[in-house]
Write a new protein. Structure first.
Length: 84
């Protein structure tokens, strides 16, 4: 799936933090804001609009606002992320 944003539009960062999950299935939701997260440790499968993405250590994923994203299987025993 191709997603694109207009780079001329200024964005505001509303939140940035770290998370740690253990054998967690990614939340089933549609966000009001875009979300990027970087995987510091572990592995996770995340679906966005019916397409699966497996993210591992040193991967980053961009979750588009207004798009359905969710998980079907639990993460590795430990997943640590940094999100923006």
């Amino acid at each position: 799936m191709k997603n694109s944003l207009n780079p001329a539009v200024l964005r505001t960062v509303n939140q940035c933090n770290f998370n740690k999950f253990s054998n967690a299935v990614h939340a089933n939701r549609v966000l009001d804001e875009h979300c990027m997260f970087f995987v510091l440790e572990g592995e996770w499968e995340i679906w966005q609009d019916g397409e699966p993405y497996t993210v591992k250590k040193d991967d980053m994923i961009f979750l588009m606002r207004g798009r359905h994203h969710y998980g079907l299987i639990p993460s590795s025993p430990v997943v640590r992320t940094c999100f923006i």
